[in-house]
Design a protein around this ligand. Structure first.
Ligand SMILES: [Zn+2]
Length: 104
């Protein structure tokens, strides 16, 4: 990767620049010209945020199971075609698995 300062990248209109030096977290990765943040740091933060939101959602569903059931039912009714298609595919795979698996 070509070494470029943030200012040079700005002049060239490049979205990224690369110094070859590690960031505060030790990544040697290109950086966003707009904010000087390392791309790997942004991806890591996004992944952590995704996990956090997933956990928050699970926690919410654990605390409010009746609300979750109601919303899930509404969603299924609103997406009947998708649910039917999904169940059909699931059953095809399930039957295929039953045929190949040996009984215990
Ligand atoms: Zn980084």
């Amino acid at each position: 990767m070509k070494i470029l300062t943030q200012m040079e990248a700005e002049i060239l209109g490049s979205k990224f620049f690369f110094t070859g030096k590690p960031c505060g977290n030790g990544h040697i990765s290109k950086r966003y010209t707009s904010c000087n943040i390392c791309v790997q740091c942004v991806n890591d933060r996004r992944e952590r945020r995704r996990e956090y939101l997933k956990e928050q959602s699970r926690e919410y569903h654990r605390k409010h199971p009746e609300r979750h059931r109601k919303l899930a039912k509404e969603w299924r009714l609103k997406n009947l075609d998708y649910v039917r298609r999904y169940m059909r595919q699931y059953m095809v795979a399930y039957r295929a698995r039953l045929k190949t698996e040996q009984p215990i």
